[in-house]
Ligand binder design. Structure first.
Ligand SMILES: Nc1nc2c(c(=O)[nH]1)N[C@H]1C(S)=C(S)[C@@H](COP(=O)(O)O)O[C@H]1N2
Ligand SMILES: [Mo]
Length: 535
């Protein structure tokens, strides 16, 4: 039998192995779910019908995930073998298959709940390694398959592959006869696969050793001493396409500078409160859990949110009142800035007064009923109603220093953002979506927010016509967003393109300004506009 295609298949498999191994190693640094293997397996689980998923769990128990990973590896190996064989015709075919897999892996990685765009890095570095490995492997495979000693006669003496072949190569009858060039190829392919296994194994070990997912999973949060007030019945509108009132953790926007997610171990956690204080205080994670906890619904917003953007979310936070802790350290009267520092050195400056004026400023340990997700600041973050995230919401918080605005500029201030930044009144149209085709009577709906002040009016207009009052959902608190809806009889507008706009008024009587402003330096302004087509 003529065997060279097997050499090319092996070349492909070795390249795929190095891709996966390198990606695992890089993923150990970038974050738990950025491994393309883990991400693709997760993406498969998300798409598999419930019944099949249950069958998997029932049949294989906790082995279902490792088994799925093995299946993914086998599929990749099959495709890689094919890529190797195709690469024999032209290296471009092999590189093309690698590129396709890189795109699938990268898409799966960014789709993971706690991912950022950095999550594509392990896949891309892995694919790069595979592309580098493929051409020397294919070249060696070609040399091995054209070398005279590999052309085998069909004579009986050759059965078993031993006759006339060099020592050593005789151990691989599956690949046919031997020869120096074949040995060189097998060494290269074997070495590549070996390096892949070492890199992948090291990556998995490192990820486990660095990560705090297990510590997080073991945490049982205490019940709040002060539970969240019940959300009024009419606060959540039943309108298709509107943002849910509570943002699930997996959908909650994520904004931070962390290239690699900080892994802060709750067992060794220390929070130091110091600076311009009468007495310093250092607390462990258990100290914090032992204090009376409050639970509150609070809507967070990012200053970078464009008009109509989605960098805002509403969650149920559980944590310790910041005021209680500040009362214990007794800040100096002139300590007007509370500087938060994260485990990875990011800083944030919050007006001390905002943390002591009676609002629900908290050091949060829980988010929507579970310990903070790692991406959202596990084990401890700050949440201060009414202030944009960059001046209030330090994640992976390890240090609080009482300071003065005149003495210290936090991370974003020298980069052109304001020292102080209360959240501006804003409103958004969630449905219909831009370019939607609508007809008949349409429910236009969305959310509006003005943390600390509350929303008292939302208005909608069509094609810059007269402002029409929208119907407000029940108000929860001034610190949460408020849903609204408006019935639009599209026949009055007639067929064609029409512009919907929204504006909100807060409880101080101030209406959003029409003048568009960009997010920098302290939050975007202007009306959200959605263009739709009436049919
Ligand atoms: N450690 C740290 N905390 C941070 C940031 C950061 O870059 N690093 N970004 C802040 C910004 S700009 C915002 S808007 C909020 C976002 O919180 P989220 O990612 O949980 O939605 O976190 C804040 N806390
Ligand atoms: Mo932000």
């Amino acid at each position: 039998m003529n065997t060279p295609w097997k050499l090319f298949a092996l070349a492909g498999i070795a390249s795929a192995a190095i891709a996966i191994g390198v990606a695992e190693l890089v993923a150990a640094f970038v974050g738990p779910s950025s491994s393309p293997l883990t991400a693709v397996a997760g993406a498969v689980v998300d798409r598999v019908p419930r019944s099949l998923e249950q069958f998997g769990v029932q049949t294989f128990g906790s082995w279902d995930k490792p088994l799925l990973t093995v299946v993914v590896i086998l599929v990749v190996a099959g495709a890689a073998a094919l890529a190797g064989v195709l690469a024999r015709r032209h290296i471009g075919f092999g590189l093309g298959v690698i590129a396709v897999f890189a795109v699938v892996g990268a898409l799966a990685a960014i789709e993971r709940p706690d991912s950022t765009s950095y999550a594509v890095i392990p896949t891309l570095v892995g694919a790069g390694a595979a592309m580098l490995a493929l051409s020397p492997l294919v070249r060696r495979a070609a040399e091995a398959s054209t070398a005279p000693d590999s052309r085998r006669s069909a004579g009986p003496a050759d059965v078993g592959g031993a006759a006339g072949s060099a020592p050593g190569a005789a151990d691989t009858p599956w690949l046919g006869g031997g020869g120096a060039s074949r040995r060189t190829f097998l060494l290269l392919a074997g070495g590549t696969a070996g390096a892949a296994v070492v890199a992948g194994g090291a990556g998995r070990l490192l990820a486990r050793w660095r990560g705090v997912s297990e510590q997080r999973a073991a945490i049982r949060l205490p019940a709040p001493a002060s539970p969240a007030p019940p959300v009024p019945a009419g606060a959540k509108l039943d309108v298709a396409g509107i943002t849910p009132w509570t943002t699930p953790n997996v959908d909650f926007y994520r904004v931070d500078t962390a290239f690699v997610l900080p892994q802060v171990n709750p067992d060794t956690y220390r929070l130091r409160i110091h600076g311009r204080v009468r007495r310093e205080l250092t607390l462990t994670y258990d100290d914090l859990l032992g204090l009376p906890l409050v639970e509150r619904d609070i809507t967070l917003a990012c200053v970078s949110n464009e008009v109509g953007g989605d960098l805002t979310g509403n969650a149920r936070w559980l944590g310790v009142r910041l005021k209680d802790l500040l009362d214990r350290v007794e800040p100096d009267a002139d300590a007007d800035q509370l500087v938060g520092r994260s485990a990875d050195g990011w800083t944030c400056g919050t007006p001390t007064a905002a943390c002591r004026d009676g609002r629900d400023a908290i050091l949060a340990v829980g988010m929507n009923g579970e310990p903070l997700p790692i991406a959202h600041g596990f084990p401890v973050r700050m949440v201060v109603p009414g202030l944009y995230g960059y001046v209030s919401a330090t994640k992976w918080l390890v240090d609080l220093e009482l300071s003065r605005f005149g003495d210290f500029d936090a991370y974003w201030v020298p980069r052109g953002w304001s020292q102080q930044a209360p959240i501006k009144t804003a409103s958004r149209i969630d449905t219909p979506r831009a370019s939607a085709e609508v007809s008949g009577t349409v429910t236009v709906a969305g959310v509006a927010w003005a943390q600390r002040r509350g929303i008292t009016k939302v208005e909608v207009r069509v094609d810059s016509g007269a402002w029409q009052p929208a119907t407000l959902a029940a108000s929860d608190s001034t610190d949460t967003w408020r849903q609204w809806s408006w019935r639009w009889d599209t026949t009055s507008a007639g067929p064609g393109n029409h512009a919907l706009e929204v504006r909100a008024t807060d409880a101080t009587g101030v209406t959003q300004s029409a003048e568009p402003r960009p997010p920098a330096p302290n939050g975007s302004e202007g009306y959200h506009r959605v263009d739709v087509e009436v049919r």
